[in-house]
Design a protein. Structure first.
Lengths: 122, 107
C-alpha cells in the first residue's frame, strides 16, 4: 500500500525557517518524481515545488522561489522541503504527492499524504 | 506561467443530476489536464488524467474531455458521495498550476 506521511509542520515566526519531511513507503521511491502542494486555510490548491526521481531537475512556484528548497534522499525514501524566510502567506497545509508512473505518460499526482500544517505568525 | 480558470466557482445540484464543470487554460496545454476531487479535511484524489483517462478505481460516472485550452469534467448521475470540491490541474508545464476549484453542493 502506497503511503506518504508528512511531518515537520508547526508554528513559526515570520522570517524563520522550517524543514518539512515526507516519508514514503509501499512503492519504489526512486522511480517517481515527487511534489509539494499547499492549501491555505479555506483556499484552493497551490503547487509549490517538484523534484525528479534522481534530483536532477527541480521546479518552484514563483511565490517560493529563492526561499524554499526541495530535496530527496532515495536511500531513506524521503522527500524534504526546506522553507526559509517564512511569511504569513506561507501558512497552509502542506501535502507531498507522487507523480504517476512513467509508463502512464502522465505526470498527474496519483497519491497524496494527509498533510502537515505550517502556521507562520508572531 | 499557465493560468487555469474553472467555472462555475460553485454549483448546486441534486442527486441524479448530470453536472459539468469547465476548465480553461491561458494557453494550449494539449491534453495535459487532470481533475481532482477533494472532500473536507481530506487530501485531494485523482479522478481523471490526460484530459479523459479515468484513474483506477474511480466510478465510470466521471468523465473528462477536451484538448488545447478548453476542458470539461462531467458527472453523469450525481451520487451523495460526489458532493465535494473539484480542481483541474495542468501538467503541460513543469510549473504545475491548479484551477481555483469548483464547490459542488447539494441543492
Amino acid at each position: 500500500e502506497v503511503q506518504l506521511v508528512e511531518s515537520g509542520g508547526g508554528l513559526v515566526q515570520p522570517g524563520r525557517s522550517l524543514r518539512l519531511s515526507c516519508a514514503a513507503s509501499g512503492f519504489t521511491f526512486d522511480d517517481y518524481a515527487m511534489h509539494w502542494v499547499r492549501q491555505a486555510p479555506g483556499k484552493g490548491l497551490e503547487w509549490v515545488s517538484g523534484i525528479s526521481w534522481n534530483s536532477g531537475s527541480t521546479g518552484y512556484a514563483d511565490s517560493v522561489k529563492g526561499r524554499f528548497t526541495i530535496s530527496r534522499d532515495n536511500a531513506k525514501n524521503s522527500l524534504y522541503l526546506q522553507m526559509n524566510s517564512l511569511r504569513a502567506e506561507d501558512t497552509a497545509l502542506y501535502y507531498c504527492a507522487r507523480t504517476m508512473p512513467l509508463y502512464s505518460s502522465s505526470s498527474a499526482f496519483d497519491y497524496w499524504g494527509q498533510g502537515t500544517l505550517v502556521t507562520v505568525s508572531s | 506561467d499557465i493560468q487555469m480558470t474553472q467555472s462555475p466557482s460553485s454549483l448546486s445540484a441534486s442527486v441524479g443530476d448530470r453536472v459539468t464543470i469547465t476548465c480553461r487554460a491561458s494557453q494550449s496545454i494539449s491534453s495535459y489536464l487532470n481533475w481532482y476531487q477533494q472532500k473536507p479535511g481530506k487530501a485531494p484524489k485523482l479522478l481523471i488524467y490526460a484530459a479523459s483517462s479515468l484513474q483506477s478505481g474511480v466510478p465510470s460516472r466521471f468523465s473528462g474531455s477536451g484538448s488545447g485550452t478548453d476542458f470539461t469534467l462531467t458527472i453523469s448521475s450525481l451520487q451523495p458521495e460526489d458532493f465535494a470540491t473539484y480542481y483541474c490541474q495542468q501538467s503541460y508545464s513543469t510549473l504545475y498550476s491548479f484551477g481555483q476549484g469548483t464547490k459542488l453542493e447539494i441543492k
